[in-house]
Write a protein that binds this ligand. Sequence first.
Ligand SMILES: [Zn+2]
Length: 158
Amino acid sequence: MRFLVEDPLTKLARKLRLMGFDTEICSRNDIRKSIENRDVFLTKSKKAMEIASKFGIRPYLIKSENWRSQLKSVIQRFQIDLDDVHFLCRCSKCNGLLEEASPGDAAMVPEYVALTAEKLYKCNRCGQLYWNGSHVEHMKWMNGIVGKSGDNAEENKL
Ligand SMILES: [Zn+2]
């Protein structure tokens, strides 16, 4: 599933990247030139939905203002399950792919990270460094969103 996300939903787009989904962001004026190789267009605007439909990409309207609820609705609509999710595979800033960092890159991260992280990853597009210390945190919020109980029970009522 390759997403194109309109820029008011940038936060949602970054979360999708964090989960390993190929996700590009575009402005309203750039929908047409951004749809190549994209499967689904996510937007908050009915107008943008109409535009996207004309260009032949499947639009999905996001109604919530809250990124957790937004992500949840995308997960439900496209039947994403935990097996589809791959952390530490894609850069949340630019959608580049992560590769194993070189020993030289270890000098660029805080000392505690260099000492404790099992592996460092580097974005092949923008050079951003990632490490697996935050993996457990990712899994927690992921389970919170995909799961049907727990701390987001409130959002289930909406
Ligand atoms: Zn990047």
